[in-house]
Design a binder for this molecule. Structure first.
Ligand code: ADP
Length: 481
């Protein structure tokens, strides 16, 4: 149930339920009293009650409209007595507290009691006499001889201990009790569906602010509260995720520092060793000195390249390198790349070939320099990890509906399946590459950042000892006719 419906239902229920309960309980009460206790509180009795009241009123009116002295006339007295007899009622006429006419014998004390009650409580018309109840009406009159008179009209209303006012009182009590019970039930309902879940949310927010995220917010209560619980749970999961990411980030920062220190320390230690060798005179011939210096130079270059890679990587990581995208003919671009590097590869006995499998050439939006950096990184790896006498690199250009797929395949050492998922991670180097060959472990990580900067994807497939293919996908722009 939603909050609005519950509120509307509660508002209606708070009136309807007590009224219905009161009605049902009243009828049940009447039924029980009538059937089992033999108290006549039925409709017939109510009817008679109102009839008597009405007749008394009419009789009263007819007396007032005539001269009060008429009451002393026997003929009028008989007329009144006959009328009242019809409804089982009686009349007592008093003149100066003396009875001048009566259809019912009543002691003077009871008569005085009636007069006193009607004087003190003008609206009350019920009098108890000897355990019997009478509907009474007292009319004060002045006779023409100035003597004061009173007319008492009375009708027997039963001798029941269970009177209408008692019945009405019970009805009121039943209404109040059912009203209170309805309230209690509704409040309990509100508490179960709104207050309790809100309390749980409050508890949950306390836990979160105390840094405890290891719990679950269970949906409970009305629709709106359930939605609130869901949002709360989503927020908790987001916080868990962000904590996890933060931890991963911290771990990777620590790892980065340790990798940098390690990878820089190795060549620097060896530079130090060679320089010491020269200083200590271990390199005691000019040829040896030259060899040592060449090694120092090459190691310094390696450190220099590593630092360059590291700077570029961290700039790309911080999005500090703006990309300069240009509309480029993709086939032309790769032909140029191959022309540039072909001779260098031929020198190390590696043949390179472009296989254009596109039906049409396409324009792509690329940063030419950065993409060249990617191509060179990949071709460098093919060169570094080439173990065949006749190396072969094939570049395939293919297309899907929306992208150009570039595959750079070599027939080098290949990559072990356990290493394959990690080669694009920064500083990751397969164990086999770690010892023997130069490299920063950043080449493919940089390539990945550059390709992702183009909105593309990069991945690799490989077969150990046979071949490695690095695949790049870049969105097509438009066909070149
Ligand atoms: P590195 O500077 O070590 O070459 P990269 O990020 O360029 O760093 O490559 C990460 C690792 O992936 C390399 O250390 C190597 O083990 C593996 N690798 C990348 N390309 C090739 C390839 N063409 N053939 C075999 N192994 C490769």
């Amino acid at each position: 149930m939603n909050f609005k419906k519950r509120l509307a239902f509660s508002n209606a229920a708070i009136i309807v339920i007590p009224v219905v309960v009161t009605f049902v309980a009243s009828f049940l009460l009447i039924f029980i009293l009538d059937r089992f206790i033999n108290v006549d509180i039925s409709y017939e009795r109510f009817k008679r009650f109102s009839q008597v009241q009405y007749e008394l009123f009419k009789t009263d009116g007819s007396i007032l409209s005539n001269a009060p002295d008429k009451l002393l006339e026997k003929e009028f007295q008989e007329y009144l007595a006959a009328r009242l007899e019809n409804i089982d009622a009686d009349i007592i006429v008093l003149k100066n507290h003396r009875r001048v006419f009566e259809t019912k014998q009543m002691s003077l004390i009871d008569i005085e009691k009636i007069l006193e009650k009607s004087a003190s409580i003008p609206l009350s018309n019920m009098v108890n006499i000897d355990g019997n109840r009478y509907i009474v009406r007292v009319i004060n009159i002045n006779f023409t001889d100035v003597e004061k008179g009173n007319i008492i009209l009375l009708a027997y209303a039963g001798s029941d201990w269970f009177t209408v006012d008692k019945f009405l009182l019970m009805v009121v009590i039943i209404f109040i009790i059912s009203f209170l019970l309805t309230n209690v039930v509704l409040i309990l309902g509100f508490s179960r569906s709104i207050l309790k879940p809100l309390g749980k949310l409050q508890e949950a927010s306390g836990k979160i602010s105390g840094g405890n995220l290891d719990f679950e917010v269970i949906e409970d209560g009305d629709d709106e509260i359930r939605d609130l619980c869901t949002s709360f749970e989503k927020m908790r999961l987001k916080l868990v995720e962000s904590n996890y990411r933060q931890k991963k980030y911290d771990d990777s920062r620590k790892m980065l520092l340790s990798n940098i220190s390690h990878d820089l320390k190795t060549p620097i230690t060896s530079i130090k060793g060679y320089v010491e060798g020269i200083l200590d005179g271990v390199a005691n011939t000019p040829v040896k000195v030259e060899k040592y210096l060449k090694t120092v130079y090459s190691k310094s270059n390696h450190v220099d390249n590593m630092i360059d890679d590291l700077l570029l990587y961290s700039k790309l990581d911080l999005n500090q390198v703006p990309f300069n995208f240009e509309k480029t003919d993709v086939v032309r671009y790769f032909e140029d790349c191959i022309n540039e590097i072909e001779t260098e590869l031929e020198r190390v006995n590696i043949e390179i070939e472009l296989h254009n499998q596109l039906v049409h050439s396409f324009y792509v939006m690329i940063d030419r320099d950065r993409l060249r950096r990617v191509v060179i990184n990949i071709l460098d790896n093919s060169k570094k990890y080439m173990d065949k006498n006749r190396g072969k690199i094939d570049i395939f250009l293919r297309e899907t509906n929306s992208s150009i797929i570039i595959e750079i395949r070599d027939n080098g050492t290949g990559i072990a399946p356990k290493d394959l998922p990690h080669i694009f991670d920064r500083f990751y180097r397969a164990d086999s590459s770690r010892t023997s060959l130069k490299g920063s472990g950043l080449g493919l990580a940089i390539s990945k950042q550059i390709i992702e900067g183009h909105g593309g994807e990069i991945w690799a497939i490989s077969q150990k000892n046979e071949c490695t293919s690095v695949m790049i996908s870049i969105r097509k722009l438009e066909k070149l006719i």
